[in-house]
Design a protein around this ligand. Structure first.
Ligand SMILES: *Cc1c(COP(=O)(O)O)cnc(C)c1O
Length: 431
């Protein structure tokens, strides 16, 4: 830890919240250098949906390496790319009646976001993008311009432009339909909002505090986009790959985005891997116009294909998520009502849930106490006031209960040892 604290840039962040040196990981556990085991309900911010070192995926990667399978290939045609695309077409796109071209971008989420924004601008000839309050799309400049969080925006050192922010679903309270506002500014020639190339959004805002867009809102947004010739880009980096209970987060909402951005858990194994799904009519790139040295990580092709073949060819995983989702929701509601306040909101879907603690200090104290007790949870939201739960999708009900037992104990301890009750009460009365 000493060398990390002295040598690694001050920008490091997660290692400050969980100040131990981790050495191993297996299934739903992270293990530190002293052998202490933690339940991991952060899962690499949703990059480890199938558990750490999943043995099936690990074997596929080891076999591939043992056979001298190619590791780096720019965007050459490789067997592993071919096999991944075959599986993705056959088991993910076809059964959902979706047609998309696949663009492999650089390996991180923000690389695919940049490609999407660039292509939307190229296709429409317009420069503006509409993003939404509390949206998070990455921290390279183009993506950061579409990210709401002022802490992240503050790091840019330059102007972040060509993005207008509109209120996300629920931003103005339950009674206001924020699409009405968007429609009004698009219809009004003097609103000051130029016709954008695209809207970019998450169907559930992961970093922004587990804010959920309703199907009704998403459908109205899509209608508006069609009406005005605006492209719809769904950033499914965090809430795709089964997190909400279906492979794509938007599957049951009645929308079909023009572009979909995938990353985090697509490799299944935690390897860097991102891609952009593009409606075929929009795929107007010139060959090589957008490129990158690390496009299409072959090891990730292998694990991603194995992930699809293993988990997405039957209904088992999805059924399991529904079951565990109910357990998670019920338990979180119970704990919140019992120790915090019935006024505190528990939000989520599938296996992404958040508890909006209102007070950032409270969320942080609970996170720290959980860590002490052997459970890793993260905070998110505009002021880091929301405790976020992202357990692995393959977690057993028993393991989930054990993790939630630690959570309950930690919340109880924090509330016993502090005067948060008073602060919470006065905060709730003010609201
Ligand atoms: C994590 C994330 C990104 C950025 O991905 P990186 O790999 O960190 O660049 C973009 N959008 C969403 C919704 C994310 O959760």
């Amino acid at each position: 830890m000493k060398v990390i604290n002295s040598m690694e840039s001050a920008v490091r962040s997660y290692c400050r919240a969980y100040p131990v040196v981790f050495e191993k990981s297996k299934g739903i556990n992270l293990i530190d250098e002293n052998g202490k085991k933690y339940f991991d309900f952060l899962c690499g911010a949703g990059s480890i949906n199938y558990g750490h070192n999943n043995p099936i995926l690990k074997k596929a990667i080891m076999d591939y390496l043992n056979e001298d399978g190619i590791v780096h290939s720019l965007d050459l045609a490789t067997k592993s790319k071919e096999e991944f695309l075959d599986s993705f077409q056959k088991h993910i796109l076809s059964p959902r009646h979706l047609t998309y071209k696949v663009q492999f971008t650089g390996p991180t989420g923000t690389n695919a976001v940049e490609a999407a924004l660039k292509l939307a601008r190229k296709v429409t000839g317009r420069s503006k993008i509409i993003s939404f309050t509390n949206g998070f799309h990455g921290v390279s400049l183009g993506s950061l311009a579409a990210t709401g969080n002022s802490h992240h925006r503050g790091g840019s050192g330059t102007s972040l432009h060509d993005v207008n922010f509109m209120p996300y679903d629920g931003y103005m309270g339950n009674k206001t339909n924020t699409i009405d506002y968007l429609r009004r500014v698009l219809e009004d020639n003097s609103s000051g909002i130029d016709l954008p190339a695209a809207v970019i959004l998450e169907t559930i805002q992961g970093e922004g505090g587990i804010n959920i867009a309703s199907s009704k809102w998403l459908k109205s947004l899509q209608e508006l986009c069609h009406e005005f010739g605006i492209l719809m880009i769904v950033d499914d980096i965090q809430v795709g790959c089964g997190r909400t209970g279906t492979f794509f987060s938007f599957e049951n909402s009645g929308i079909e985005p023009d572009m979909v951005i995938m990353s985090k858990s697509v490799s299944g194994f935690g390897l860097p891997f991102s891609f952009l799904l593009i409606k075929p009519r929009l795929d107007i790139w010139e060959p090589g116009e957008h490129n990158g040295t690390f496009r299409g990580n072959n090891l990730a092709f292998v694990s991603a294909k194995t992930t699809i073949d293993t988990f997405w060819t039957t209904q088992e995983l999805e059924a399991g998520i529904t079951l565990k989702s109910n357990l998670l929701k019920e338990r979180l509601n119970e704990i919140t009502t019992k120790y915090l306040s019935s006024e505190i909101e528990v939000r989520g879907k599938g296996l992404i849930y958040g508890i909006d603690c209102i007070l950032p200090d409270l969320a942080e104290s609970i996170r720290d106490k959980c860590f002490e007790n052997g459970l890793i949870v993260e905070t998110c939201g505009s002021d880091d006031q929301v405790i976020k739960f992202l357990p692995a999708l393959i977690i057993t009900e028993n393991e989930l209960s054990q993790g939630l037992d630690i959570f309950e104990k930690s919340v109880r301890q924090v509330m016993e040892e502090s005067n948060f009750h008073k602060k919470l009460e006065s905060e709730i009365i003010q609201k």
